[in-house]
Design a protein around this ligand. Structure first.
Ligand SMILES: Cc1ncc(COP(=O)(O)O)c(C=O)c1O
Length: 494
């Protein structure tokens, strides 16, 4: 007998203990499921034979129930095919409302967004096929929360080769992107008595919020042209410092050799941890990237990396390369969080790295992003020559300082009206500072970059970029997805 749908799949049950006959119960169950929209129009019901067998009733009972509902117009049937729920529109609490995705803007200069259209689908698919065909059954059991051995090994070799780390596979904990890695680190640092962490100012707003959400205070430390002001750490009570040494987010500067040394000295003297966010170091266009700090102090540095910029944010693959004394605690925190990241994805990523797929992809990606950065710099110089472009030639975004008195919000709003999304630096500042924009070029074509920058110039020159509202409340939410969610929550409260 060819099975289509079973009784359990449509949540139907009958009982002999009820005062009603089996046929009545079945009829009633189906009718109310259709009325409530739980069974959607067009849905193919189980055959009477399999439904009867599943429910332990005679087939005649199921036949009579279907006939009744056919007569009432709830069901339709065509000879030789399954009985289906009729396409009569009915409202009901179970009717799933269609999910309407917000229409993306024509231009989105989101900082740090890679071009996901160049994701190496074919090579990735070969890796997925290979690991699914070859993985032992044990790979489908509950995983090692620290991650698949294959990926931890592949990552350690890759990071040592390309980032100058001193990594052993057993010092790596795989996590769901940098975002989860930071949370796990904070949980472990709290267990170790750490109550405050120094962060860069400006520095990533979301990370600051994540740290604070686990109950750790953040201390903002100014960033200048050489990176974080390490001298400001002296005398402070922080037990750790989070920073982006290879390419500071958002200003784009690189931590200078003197500051790197001063930071390592400070951390070893104070017994503090350095949390190194190495989010986009693979993309440096004017020279080779600076090596990771971790390679200089593997016992002090908690190194975090991610596939979000090199491959795709949707993979949610990240890693923590931790000092030996923290590894098991981080793995335990990961176990408590979610019992481990999906093993098949990890194995596919390991295979992809081992076969040099990541190296090949990055060679191509670097060329593309470099061209896009050049296009953006050229467009800014042509249309807005007075704006200062900050930072080094690296990464997937750049920062431009706006004329004083310009309101980031006003520029962003005017751009949004022209279907262009741009991002202010404001949310990333812990204390107010000069107005500036973050312009991501990773996911925009050269033509879009030119058009977008010309439009930005028209907005700024038109005087519609307004004066900053004195005393206006500064938003700390930069991400449009987060903003939409918080707006909906606020609206539902009012
Ligand atoms: C400064 C910084 N660090 C890390 C990341 C990577 O985060 P995730 O791996 O959670 O996508 C990002 C992504 O936007 C970032 O901007």
């Amino acid at each position: 007998m060819k099975r289509t749908t079973s009784a359990a799949e449509v949540l139907l049950a009958v009982t002999r203990k009820s005062g009603r006959s089996m046929r009545e119960q079945l009829e009633h169950g189906l009718r109310s499921a259709i009325q409530a929209g739980r069974l959607a129009p067009g849905f193919a019901l189980p055959s009477t034979r399999s439904l009867a067998a599943d429910l332990g009733v005679s087939r005649g009972v199921a036949v009579l129930a279907y006939e009744q509902l056919l007569a009432e117009g709830y069901l339709t049937s065509v000879m030789g095919s399954a009985t289906r729920v009729a396409t009569v529109p009915r409202g009901g609490s179970h009717q799933a409302p269609p999910i309407v995705a917000a229409r993306p803007p024509a231009y989105d200069f989101r900082p740090g967004a890679p071009d996901v259209s160049i994701f190496p689908r074919r090579a990735w698919l070969s890796s997925v096929r290979r690991v699914l065909a070859g993985a032992p059954h044990a790979a489908l059991a509950y995983p090692d929360p620290a991650g698949a051995v294959e990926l931890r090994t592949a990552l350690s070799l890759y990071l040592n080769r390309t980032r100058g780390t001193l990594a052993r596979g057993d010092a790596i904990v795989v996590c769901n992107g940098f975002a989860q890695g930071l949370r796990l680190v904070c949980e472990v640092l709290i267990q170790r008595g750490i109550r405050s962490i120094a962060v860069e100012n400006p520095g990533h707003a979301g990370q600051r919020a994540d740290i604070e959400s686990v109950g750790i205070r953040t201390r903002a430390v100014e960033v200048d042209a050489e990176g974080m002001r390490i001298d400001r750490l002296r005398g402070s009570d922080v037990g750790a410092v989070l920073l982006t040494p290879a390419h500071q987010f958002p200003t784009g500067v690189v931590l200078s050799p003197d500051r790197r040394k001063a930071l390592l000295d400070w951390a070893s003297h104070r017994g503090a941890w350095i949390i190194e966010d190495d989010y986009d170091a693979e993309y440096r266009y004017d020279r080779g990237p600076v090596g990771a700090l971790q390679g200089l102090a593997p016992d002090r540095v908690i190194y975090l990396g991610s596939a979000s910029k090199t491959l795709a944010p949707a993979l949610r693959l990240g890693w923590i390369l931790a000092p030996p004394e923290l590894v098991d605690r981080l793995a335990l925190a990961k176990l408590h969080a979610d019992h481990g990241s999906p093993t098949l994805d990890q194995l596919a990523f390991a295979d992809f790295i081992e076969r040099r797929g990541l190296d090949r992809h990055l060679r191509k990606a670097r060329l593309l992003y470099r061209r896009r950065r050049d296009a953006m710099v050229a467009a800014l110089r042509a249309h807005l020559p007075s704006l200062n472009i900050e930072g080094v030639a690296a990464g997937l975004h750049l920062m431009v300082t706006l004329p004083s008195g310009t309101s980031e919000e006003a520029v962003m709003d005017a751009a949004a009206r022209r279907s262009m999304r741009i991002y202010g630096v404001g949310p990333h500042r812990k204390t107010p500072g000069a107005p500036a924009l973050l312009l991501g070029y990773g996911s925009m074509t050269e033509a879009q970059i030119e058009e977008g920058m010309a439009m930005l110039a028209r907005i700024i020159k038109s005087g519609r970029s307004g004066a900053a509202k004195p005393g206006g409340r500064r938003s700390t939410v930069w991400d449009p997805i987060e903003r939409a969610l918080t707006d909906r929550i606020l609206a539902s409260k009012s």
